[in-house]
Ligand binder design. Structure first.
Ligand code: TYM
Length: 336
């Protein structure tokens, strides 16, 4: 059996990195599999959040996911804090995961920065909660961007150790399904200002990312001002080596057009960014404009957004509660 699970934080708006790395696959997979998609508010509070902003962010993200094509009649869409199994299973799995495993997590190092002593304990144990999210549904496939690979490895290690420690075959070992910007969909979407940094909602410069809520003018302007080098585009993919900004823009074009990088370069090789950037802007606007229009429409109806999440939580709970009970039984909390 295949069951798909993935999650996204409700902080900041959806950007093109989220869309190409994950959400596009979320939408495609709901046609074929049972899918569970979660807005991870428990993860959001691992760094400080103003309550009103968190509430707004939840509705922004719900509207953005629906506008991108997540269909709540097929996929289960809900917010994490409404389904207690996530936090309860996370505690059990915190006793399975090893400190040494968490010490290797690069995202904690990045996010905690220099002030590691001042980071929340939740930020440190964040990847264990992520493993609980996935395992509470016995998910087999997890569509994410490349930056979540390490967290997925940890979830796999936790599932393997739990099954071994308790001599059960409870958790399937989840497979990542990586999206992104090359033909095989494995490259991260990078910042428009720095081709070596990932496009991220936490980047202080809004010029570094394309938000799904940006209008056509903003998108064209961001692409026009995106960092590049002075060389024309190469005719073959090998020519992009050592040119991270060019690589990223060509990758974006390929991902949006559904083409191979080689095919994009066959068309644009030898041409400068003066020709390529307007073509990329046009393609980006064509993809995002319908999502943007739908987002604005859906975001106005707060009651409907809240109702989608509430109904999703009931369905999510119905799947996760019996799996949590199985884990509790395996551990010895309740009788067999
Ligand atoms: P988050 O909210 O940072 O990002 C949501 C999804 O977008 C992908 N993504 C990218 N992909 C390619 N290029 C980029 N520049 C880029 N930026 C973001 C992310 O890989 C992710 O798939 N920890 C997760 C949320 C989470 C989760 C889970 C995911 C919580 N529990 C269980 C999967 C399964 C996160 O913070 O994603």
């Amino acid at each position: 059996m295949t069951r798909v699970f993935s999650g996204i934080q409700p902080t900041g708006n959806l950007h093109l990195g989220n869309y190409l790395g994950a959400i596009r696959n979320w939408v495609a997979m709901q046609d074929h599999y049972e899918c569970v998609y979660c807005i991870v508010d428990l993860h959001a509070i691992t760094v400080s959040q103003a309550p009103a902003a968190l509430r707004d962010g939840m509705r922004d993200m719900t509207a953005a996911l629906l506008a991108s094509g997540v269909d709540p009649d097929r996929a289960v869409l809900f917010n994490q804090s409404r389904v207690p199994a996530h936090a309860e299973l996370a505690w059990i799995l915190m006793c399975t995961a090893r400190v040494g495993w968490l010490n290797r997590m690069t995202q904690f190092k990045d996010k905690a920065g220099k002030d590691r002593e001042g980071a929340s304990v939740g930020l440190y144990t964040y990847p264990v909660l992520q493993a609980a999210d996935i395992l509470a549904y016995k998910a087999t496939h997890v569509p994410v961007g490349d930056d979540q690979k390490q967290h997925l490895e940890l979830a796999r290690d936790i599932a393997i150790k739990f099954n071994a420690d308790y001599a059960v075959n409870l958790f399937p070992i989840p497979e990542p399904v990586i999206g992104g910007t090359d033909a095989h969909g494995t490259a991260r979407v990078m910042s428009l200002r720095d081709g070596t940094a990932k496009m991220s909602k936490s980047d202080p410069s809004d010029m570094s990312r394309i938000n799904l809520t940006d209008d056509a003018e903003a998108i064209a302007n961001k692409i026009k001002r995106a960092k590049t080098d002075p060389e024309p585009l190469p005719s073959e993919a090998a020519g992009l080596a050592g040119r991270p900004e060019a690589r990223n823009l060509v990758g974006l074009y390929a991902a949006l057009a559904g083409e191979k990088i080689a095919d994009v370069l066959t068309r644009f090789g030898g041409q400068g960014f003066g020709t390529f950037k307007p073509a990329l802007a046009e393609l980006t606007v064509a993809t995002l404009a319908p999502i943007n229009t739908e987002y604005v429409h859906l975001r106005r109806d707060v009651a409907s957004l809240d109702a989608v999440l509430a109904a999703g939580a009931v369905r999510a709970n119905a799947i996760a509660a019996p799996i949590l009970a199985e884990a509790q039984r395996a551990v010895g909390f309740i009788g067999v």
